[in-house]
Design a protein around this ligand. Sequence first.
Ligand SMILES: [Zn+2]
Length: 135
Amino acid sequence: MTKAARRAAAKKAAHTRKKNRTSKGITSTSPRKIAEEHYKDNIACVWCGYPIQSVLQVAHVEKSTPKNNKPSNLVWLCPTHHREYDLKLISKSMILERREFWKNDPKADWSNLFGLSQKQLSARARKAHKTRKTR
Ligand SMILES: [Zn+2]
């Protein structure tokens, strides 16, 4: 890449970043924001139920349409299961089935894993979420 091309690419990226930012510095139409709003009662990895939002990632169900940020195309996954989904170790139909499952069933209780009460774990998760840097 030439120097001029690099400069043009950097300028374009900066413009895109600026365009996507709101006054709070958060991308208003990011898949993450959309998933936070739409799935606010079910923010957990749909595969394993891992609940800490600052660790979780939003994946596109249909990978061929990464700009489709409709809630139906978004799913919460922990980093491990996101990677497994990307590697096709977990199929799309299984992911969709699990997303439905979590809508109707109680959340897994991960508090024992951390040696914390559910309340303590929630407090830590909230704190972690507040201090999470937007990417
Ligand atoms: Zn998971």
